[in-house]
Design a protein around this ligand. Structure first.
Ligand code: A2P
Length: 284
């Protein structure tokens, strides 16, 4: 068993000034049931994944925790992310839900904790109050870094202006059909790492004729082309698969490169197409 040879990206928002490194390629676990999660994450860890992305909303943290334990891997070799669920934004609920997350994952410290959705227009929820609770959680030492998910530029600007604390990460839907270029330039200005969810467009990108054409030209699979595009675009990427052979292939992306023409052609596929929800439509 060996770790994947993909680079790590530094997250500078760790407590005590420590540098927090996130492996650029991880495994997404959206829609993996708790029963299935143990087998899926065990497979991923055996294949060499060291970065696992879960969420309170997915209901599979306990299965992920069982797989971590069964792997026998050293804690410091793993990078585990979870996310604050929508009903848990109020301070007391957030703190209680983090207790439940840590118990389910059977961990003392989480590597990255994200606010799952901004809920900017939900009555009784205040984006800045939620972020202040996240900062309190960071200072408690129970998580190594905090960030957000599905935040748009105005959400990021609001929390940073109010608190001066920049999220380490914004995890958003991102793939060649939805390149999020405006958001990524805001991330660059603020120093936020961009992480791509549904990096394969829930698998739909794999039938895009341009992706297939590039894959055939290089002699790799469409999924490998798309994952390589994320890596070469300096994005943290968490493709989901429940199949071990696909996990293996999805991680086998360091033995080839996309040239400038391929990268430009993939960038040009951007049509603003979402496969998941728009952040404005998610309310508690
Ligand atoms: P499965 O879990 O059955 O392997 P995304 O990460 O963009 O959300 O995409 C996940 C979807 O893509 C899942 O339906 C997953 O199916 C599928 N998928 C992941 N990797 C591959 C692959 N290498 N080839 C084909 N489908 C894949």
């Amino acid at each position: 068993m060996c770790a994947l040879s993909v680079p790590a990206i530094a997250l500078t928002r760790g407590t005590n000034g420590e540098e927090v490194l996130v492996p650029q390629l991880g495994l997404g676990t959206y829609k993996v049931s708790d029963d299935e999660a143990e087998r899926v994450v065990c497979d991923a860890l055996e294949v060499g994944y060291r970065h696992i992305d879960t969420a309170q909303m997915y209901g599979n943290e306990a299965g992920v925790g069982r797989a971590i334990k069964a792997s026998g891997l050293a804690r410091q070799d793993l990078f585990i992310t979870s996310k604050l669920n929508n009903p848990n934004h109020r301070r007391e609920d957030a703190l209680r839900s983090l207790d439940a997350t840590m118990e389910a994952l059977d961990l003392e410290v989480l590597d990255l904790f994200l606010v799952h959705w901004p809920l900017a227009d939900s009555p009784g929820i205040d984006l800045v109050d939620t972020w202040r609770t996240m900062i309190e959680i960071l200072h408690s030492g129970r998580v190594r870094a905090i960030g957000v998910s599905n935040y748009q530029p105005e959400h990021l600007n609001r929390i940073v202006e109010a608190t001066g604390v920049v999220p380490a990460v914004n995890q958003v839907e991102l793939h060649p059909w939805l390149t999020q270029s405006e958001l990524r330039s805001v991330h660059e200005q603020l120093g936020v790492v961009t992480e791509s969810w549904s990096p394969l467009g829930r698998g739909r990108l794999l039938t895009d004729p341009k992706v297939i054409e590039i894959a055939d030209a290089i002699g790799v699979s469409p999924a490998q082309v798309v994952i390589r595009w994320h890596l070469q675009s300096s994005l943290v990427v968490i493709p989901k698969s429940t199949h071990r052979e696909r996990m293996t292939a999805n991680a086998d992306v360091v033995g080839f490169t996309l040239d400038d023409a391929h990268m430009t052609a993939l960038d040009a596929l951007d049509q603003g197409v979402r496969t998941g929800s728009h952040p404005d439509r998610i309310q508690v």
